[in-house]
Design a protein around this ligand. Structure first.
Ligand SMILES: [Zn+2]
Length: 79
């Protein structure tokens, strides 16, 4: 049973993720502040961004660009 989170994006109390979607503090922040639905929306949105900008996840600058876009999309504050 997933725990409920108060989501930073939709501002509603909803089911969160079962586990951090990525390592480090950002993954923990997503786990604690983003609901499952909004995370799914971001996943779809990120796929579009990756295609649109031709981002390569092996490229640190591209990963950083994507992470910044993710924070804006999910309304997460900087660490
Ligand atoms: Zn949400």
């Amino acid at each position: 049973m997933a725990t409920k989170v108060t989501c930073a994006r939709c501002e509603q109390e909803r089911e969160g993720l079962d586990q951090p979607p990525m390592g480090g503090p950002t993954g923990q922040q997503v786990l604690e502040n983003v609901c499952r639905d909004c995370w799914q929306e971001w996943r779809e949105n990120s796929a579009l961004l990756i295609n649109h900008y031709g981002l390569a996840l092996g490229n640190p600058a591209h990963r950083q660009q994507l992470r910044t876009a993710m924070r804006e999309f999910l309304s997460l504050d900087e660490d």
